[in-house]
Design a protein around this ligand. Structure first.
Ligand SMILES: NC(=O)N[C@@H](O)C(=O)O
Ligand code: NI
Length: 165
């Protein structure tokens, strides 16, 4: 490990909560529906599309990356939340960072388990969608609306996201 290495940890709702929501069928379902044939984990994301935006669903086909992963760009969407719902069971890397005076602070990296998705809160600094295996196929729910909704920061010094214990 070097000073610029960040170890990815398994994604967990409590640790991720300041940055967003973990979308998963975990724990007790909120409702049993469809004549008992379906468990509904109800309303699990803090969606936010602002006063002049609306929700959109897009499909992303992202190029798989590998660990160790060079992180040299962070971004945020000041006008809306952004959710990534994998359409495969392949893991992906979720990188987030707190805000530090309008710029990203120390990033944190999480590895998803099969079946987990995430919703990033409005304005959360994050790395771009980073699948770790093909297909990098995702449904993305984010803001459709007027105005700029993307702030990018190229890092003067990259971080290296590493896996493993
Ligand atoms: N730009 C875009 O649609 N995607 C990014 O926001 C991302 O987080 O991957
Ligand atoms: Ni984004």
């Amino acid at each position: 490990m070097t000073a610029r290495d960040i170890r990815a940890v398994p994604l967990a709702a409590a640790a991720f909560a300041p940055f967003g929501d973990v979308l998963e069928a975990a724990g007790a379902p909120d409702r049993i529906i469809n004549a008992g044939h379906c468990a509904r984990f109800h309303d699990r994301a803090r969606l936010d599309f602002g006063p002049d935006g609306r929700a959109g669903i897009s499909v992303f086909m992202a190029e798989p990356r590998a660990l160790p992963y060079r992180l040299d760009l962070l971004e945020r969407h000041p006008e809306g939340s952004q959710a990534f719902i994998p359409m495969s069971l392949a893991p992906f890397l979720v990188i987030v960072a707190p805000d530090a005076g309008g710029f990203p602070g120390q990033p944190q990296a999480f590895l998803t388990a099969p079946g987990q998705g995430v919703n990033l809160l409005r304005g959360t600094w994050h790395g771009v969608l980073t699948p770790l295996a093909a297909p990098g196929l995702f449904a993305v729910i984010d803001r459709i609306g007027p105005g700029a909704n993307l702030e990018e920061v190229a890092l003067a010094e990259p971080w290296v996201i590493v896996g493993g214990p």
